[in-house]
Design a protein around this ligand. Structure first.
Ligand code: ADE
Ligand code: ZN
Length: 326
């Protein structure tokens, strides 16, 4: 219908996307078979019926178990290539992709296989689909500071392939301050920084991400709205928030899409963007996320255009590249 066509016609960037969260059940079964790994589900439908989450942790348990079939460089290529083809059909011109190396290296899969497969697909995305992209290495915050330092060391030989360092996984009980030292090291090595904060965690976690991790963006940031001083600070800094509406609904960060904080963020002048997070698990890629909030929050066309522009403004593209895409 009209709003759907309007959204799909807009050029967009995606800034909050976990490549492991794009693992569609059909591809998962295919890769499991060629790697001779038994999934504990009998069919695609059986697997999909497990996608019913009450919180972030219930999702993460399933998300990490899905990655167990990813072994070879080609597996990471196929995963990434499938995502790029999908967003090409949605008029996404630029994407900044998280990957979670510790999820794989902890299973004995070499860092090189993971990043080489992803990087090769991103190269093909550029040459065959015209999609520009950056890669964000994300530390798992439920693991130790030491493990994050070790992962940063492993990443240094691939520095030119990685734009930023991020922080994801179980938020509560793992505040940004746990990673202050490793983020300082990452910045000294020349990486930009971002962090998931205020998804389930308190506004204090968002403050810490700003002040201790010197982030360029806050991933999610929903709970920032509980702290008016924090709202002022985010507006003053023009700090972007990578908001993920369908994720918030599926993980019960919001009760109902009509209660989603995105409209309030825009009203307050915050630099909010719309993203899909883990589209294979949450029921939609970028366009479906725009559609869900546009309908539930009765966004105007002007607001929808603003969100699409924000996605480029908040990206790590340079000013010339941004201008060419908006
Ligand atoms: N890893 C993948 N998706 C995530 C999310 N929404 N929050 C934290 N960690 C994640
Ligand atoms: Zn995320």
């Amino acid at each position: 219908d009209a709003i759907k066509n309007f959204i799909s016609g807009l050029p967009k960037a995606e800034l909050h996307l976990h490549i492991e969260g794009t693992f569609e059940p059909e591809l998962m079964f295919g890769i499991a078979e060629r790697n001779h790994i038994d999934l504990k589900y009998n069919s695609v439908d059986d697997l999909k019926s497990a996608y019913d989450f009450n919180n972030l942790q219930e999702f993460l348990d399933i998300y990490y178990s899905g990655t167990n079939v990813l072994i070879e460089e080609q597996d990471f290529y196929d995963l990434t290539w499938a995502y790029l083809q999908k967003i090409h059909s949605q008029n996404v011109l630029h994407t900044e992709i998280f990957f979670d190396p510790q999820t794989h290296t902890s299973r004995g899969v070499a860092f090189d296989k993971v990043i080489s497969g992803i990087h090769r697909a991103l190269g093909d995305g550029r040459s065959k689909l015209g999609i520009s992209s950056f890669l964000i290495l994300s530390f798992l915050r439920h693991l130790s500071e030491e493990s994050a330092f070790q992962t940063l060391e492993e990443a240094l030989p691939y520095k030119s392939w990685i734009t930023a360092i991020g922080l994801d996984s179980s938020e509560k009980g793992h505040p940004p301050n746990k990673f202050e030292r490793v983020f300082t090291k990452a910045q000294a090595e020349g990486f930009l920084t971002v962090a998931h904060a205020g998804e389930e965690g308190s506004p204090e976690y968002v403050w810490e991400a700003l002040k201790l991790l010197q982030v360029s963006r806050i991933d999610h940031g929903n709970r920032s709205l509980e702290d008016s001083l924090l709202i002022d600070e985010l507006v003053k800094r023009k700090m972007s928030l990578t908001v993920c509406p369908l994720s918030n609904l599926k993980l019960k960060v919001v009760r109902d899409m009509t209660q989603h904080p995105l409209a309030k963020m825009l009203d307050k002048g915050m630099m909010a963007t719309v993203n899909s997070d883990d589209p294979a698990y949450f029921g939609g890629y970028v366009n479906e996320n725009y559609e869900a909030v546009a309908v539930a929050l009765k966004l105007t066309k002007g607001q929808i255009v603003q969100l699409a522009k924000n996605s480029f403004t908040a990206s790590f593209l340079n000013e010339v590249e941004k201008k060419a895409m908006i």
